[in-house]
Design a protein around this ligand. Structure first.
Ligand SMILES: [Zn+2]
Length: 170
């Protein structure tokens, strides 16, 4: 596993790299523990943030397909973009570990990416979405491949069937 898949409660955003982090655990009604995962696509300050089209496209796809995931789908509370556009928050119940999230992201990547057109983006219509004209295909493919390279070594990527993220650099 790559080193930036770690647990962290106190994050200094000046030194935060791209990666996957357990950001916090909330207890709801003194009963349900909810884990908030930081899916950091871009290092704050050091990298350009994601574009609005990329953020919206990834939100639609991840919010939908992660909930269908066999391992973590039924434990998902929410999937939301960060306002700073450097990543996303995934909230899950307590039974989900970092490695579960990483593998689920790899499975969704394998199932959904690379996108060919807006037809591949679920829910992008006036009934289900507030701004269906806001999406990006090529740059979302690039951003997702880059994030997969952040989470998986070339060997790990090949093992789970997404080795192409290392072969083609969008
Ligand atoms: Zn939308």
């Amino acid at each position: 596993m790559k080193e930036h898949v770690v647990s962290s409660f106190d994050v200094d955003h000046r030194t935060l790299g791209a990666g996957l982090y357990l950001r916090s655990v909330y207890t709801i009604n003194e009963k349900y523990a909810v884990r908030s995962w930081d899916l950091r696509f871009r290092a704050p300050m050091a990298h350009a943030p994601l574009g609005s089209g990329e953020v919206h496209t990834i939100e639609h796809l991840m919010a939908y397909y992660l909930r269908l995931d066999e391992k973590i789908g039924s434990s998902i509370v929410s999937f939301c973009p960060m306002g700073c556009k450097t990543g996303f928050y995934l909230s899950t119940m307590q039974d989900v570990e970092a490695e579960d999230v990483r593998q689920a992201l790899g499975r969704v990547y394998k199932q959904v990416f690379p996108l060919r057109s807006s037809e591949d983006v679920v829910g992008l219509n006036e009934i289900q979405c507030g701004n269906p004209g806001l999406y990006a295909i090529d740059s979302t493919n690039a951003a997702m491949a880059e994030y997969m390279r952040t989470l998986f070594t070339a060997e790990e990527a090949a093992e789970i069937g997404i080795g192409k993220v290392y072969e083609k650099w969008w």
